[in-house]
Write a protein that binds this ligand. Sequence first.
Ligand SMILES: Nc1nc2c(ncn2[C@@H]2O[C@H](COP(=O)(O)OP(=O)(O)OP(=O)(O)O)[C@@H](O)[C@H]2O)c(=O)[nH]1
Ligand SMILES: [Mg+2]
Length: 218
Amino acid sequence: MAEIEIVKDIMEENDEIAREVNGILNSKNIYCINIISSPGAGKTTLLEKTLARLKGRTECAVIEGDISTPIDRDRLLPHCDSVYQINTDTFGGDCHLSAFMIKDALKEFDLDKIKLLIIENVGNLICPADFEIGEHSKVLLYSLTEGEDKPLKYPVSFNVADAIVVTKMDLLPHLEVDMAKITENIAKVNARAKVIFVSSKSGEGLNEWIDYLTTAKK
Ligand SMILES: Nc1nc2c(ncn2[C@@H]2O[C@H](COP(=O)(O)OP(=O)(O)OP(=O)(O)O)[C@@H](O)[C@H]2O)c(=O)[nH]1
Ligand SMILES: [Mg+2]
């Protein structure tokens, strides 16, 4: 019982800080998305392409979340000056980002110069779905190589998403993947999310993704 109370307190405190973060972002007119996926679904690769396309159009900042290493930050720095890496091993190795980490990270940016804040959460299809971090929308990436059953096995992550981006579409000819099943299983757990099919390698769907990102409303 006591353990349940502690977990409840942690979640309530996190939600309160998330509301604070959201308020800061709103006061600066910054739109924020939280990208969630399993490890390796293609988050950083999609961000490389996204930042390259948005250069000169939209002022972006990125917060990278990983348990350790600055690898993803270093991949994005050539495309964007404002990239900050959070390594959760300094907070005990959490498998997700928390709102207090984002609140601290905001101090690293000139918020008057940013229009879009993209947060790449720790690669994990379970914990990030439970933690609000002040974002306006959650985007779930789902790569073709993960199999058709993932929406059914990880329903919470799929359900909280405002948009679901099916990645690595260029691999379709090489995989035994049933696209109808993928679409059907997504719809079973989340019928309201916008679903976008992309390949960061071939460029398929990237225009639609960029349109979604730049026209998304708070
Ligand atoms: N064929 C193909 N491979 C891709 C695509 N996008 C990413 N990859 C590959 O998938 C692997 C993982 O990509 P990342 O972008 O690092 O994935 P991630 O989700 O950021 O990974 P973590 O941050 O570790 O969770 C890399 O080898 C990429 O080159 C794609 O559209 N097509
Ligand atoms: Mg990554």
